[in-house]
Design a protein around this ligand. Structure first.
Ligand code: F0G
Length: 459
């Protein structure tokens, strides 16, 4: 039974020591890292809010599952456990394990896309869009306008705008749209949910036009939490029931299980169509591994199967999102502009508003993220113009309306006191905001540039 407090439904059995560094250490480290927090060594980080991916704390049961690994090359017992768990909790009949989400995206994109196709989605995600483009498609954003507005309080900013979808259909025709890719709890919008009403309408739309519905289910449990809290008729349903209902509306899914399902590595492609499964099995052996392990160790598949069952427990998700809300409210109370409503996995600082003296082409969010690290040892990530990359046709920078720094909370890892320290760190960096300088590239990788780009300060 969910209580009013978001107190954690677990206690700590093992700890990992972390160390605080000096400001001089951090200044040196960020310069060496080219002002890119991805290039810092984690040992130089105090509180690591870079991502929620692969950094969750596994439970004692998951660790026990690690010991139950069946490392057979083919037909591991853990694969069958994973497959049955995916069907039981997520509805999908067939599961193809992959080393992580982008492995599944690669297989999916190669199997479904022909050059010249269009793939609509509720806002882009970096690796998802890149795999679509590498397979020859153009991504088309069909999310509602409110999603691009950090201030809008819309309760379901992940919703699809059917006018945008119909306009695309009229322009290119259903035969050029192999599938629509819908993320639950949209990462780049600030961890914003999609409603079940919108998802059901999308199911009808896909049936009407013979277009496949693919679900990026990376954060489906967090989405279910917001449905339970905000959507009429779902208050008395469990997270597990809502997650199942969401998944059952789609034809296939890609999953990065490093998030919701609390494992350090792993993912899968899942579907209901036997022929599609057969084709995915034929391709997964080329890129990932045999279809009964796809890049995962047996032990990791076991930990994942157990993690799935833990991820849909109401108490767990209440505490998980509760911690994110706690941090967000604390930062907001200090009059610091963030994306509203507060999302499911992270608090997103609005760098455009915080650093009005830095134009977008000088990467305000990148600069803010670096400054926050120097101030406090808290590591965050840019989610703005650097992450958005360049238009594949024109070569020009995409210019997203959202220029954000993401404070991403790992699952079951940090305490309330760590959240307090983080909120204080953000307040401190705001006090020195006039000293923060814009950046320019000294190295810009061609693909997914945010991961490895290097910068220098503009004086
Ligand atoms: N889809 C979404 C919505 C994601 O957030 C991610 C990863 C992926 C797909 C790709 O999965 O990393 O397992 O290959 N997001 C991480 C993040 C990296 O920090 O947001 P992956």
């Amino acid at each position: 039974m969910t209580t009013l407090s978001w107190a954690e439904p677990y206690k700590i059995k093992m700890v990992e020591l972390i160390k605080m560094t000096s400001r001089e250490d951090r200044l040196r480290a960020i310069r060496e890292a080219g002002y890119n927090t991805f290039l810092l060594r984690s040992e130089d980080v105090y509180i690591d809010l870079l991502t929620d991916s692969g950094v969750g704390a596994m439970s004692d049961r998951q660790w026990a599952g690690i010991m139950m690994g069946d490392e057979a090359y083919a037909g591991s017992r853990n694969f069958y456990h994973l497959r049955d768990t995916v069907e039981e909790y997520y509805s999908y009949k067939y599961t193809v394990p992959c080393h992580q989400g982008r492995g599944a995206e690669n297989i999916l994109s190669q199997l479904l896309i022909s050059p010249g196709d269009y793939v609509p989605g509720n806002m882009y995600f970096t690796t998802t869009r890149l795999h679509q483009e590498l397979a020859g498609a153009t991504f088309v954003d069909v999310i509602i306008d409110e999603a691009h507005d950090a201030e809008s309080e819309h309760p379901f900013k992940g919703n699809v705008d059917f006018d945008k979808l119909d306009a695309l259909l009229d322009e290119v025709g259903a035969e050029k749209i192999p599938y629509i890719c819908i993320a639950t709890c949209v990462n780049m919008a600030g961890g914003q949910p999609i409603s079940l009403e919108n998802l059901k309408r999308l199911r009808r739309w896909c049936d009407e036009h013979g277009i496949m519905f693919v679900h990026d289910m990376t954060r489906v449990a967090e989405n279910a939490y917001f449905i339970q809290r905000r959507e009429n008729g779902y208050q008395n349903k469990t997270i597990r029931e809502i997650v199942y209902e969401i998944c059952a509306l789609s034809d296939a899914a890609t999953m990065s299980s490093k998030k919701d399902a609390m494992v350090n590595i792993g993912g899968f492609l899942a579907m209901n169509d036997a022929r599609f499964y057969e084709r995915a099995c034929a391709l997964v052996v080329v890129y990932e591994g045999l279809h009964t392990y796809g890049g995962m160790a047996g032990r990791d598949m076991e930990a994942l199967a157990i993690g799935i069952t833990e991820s849909v427990q109401d108490d767990h998700i209440h505490a998980r999102v509760g911690q994110v809300l706690y941090l967000g409210r604390k930062i907001r109370a200090a009059d610091i502009p963030i994306v509203n409503p507060i999302g499911g996995h992270a608090v997103f600082l609005n760098a455009t508003k915080m650093l009005p003296h830095i134009p977008q082409e000088h990467f305000p969010a990148q600069a803010l993220s670096a400054a926050l690290y120097v101030e406090s040892g808290v590591r965050s990530m840019e989610r703005g113009i650097v992450s958005a990359g360049r238009d594949k046709a024109t070569g020009k920078n995409h210019r997203p309306k959202l220029e954000l720094v993401r404070l991403t909370i790992p699952r079951r890892v940090y305490t309330q006191a760590h959240m307090d320290v983080t909120a204080n760190a953000v307040e401190e960096v705001v006090k020195r905001r006039d000293e923060i300088k814009g950046l320019r590239f000294t190295y810009e990788p061609e693909m997914l540039r945010f991961f490895q780009a290097r910068f220098e300060q503009i004086d």
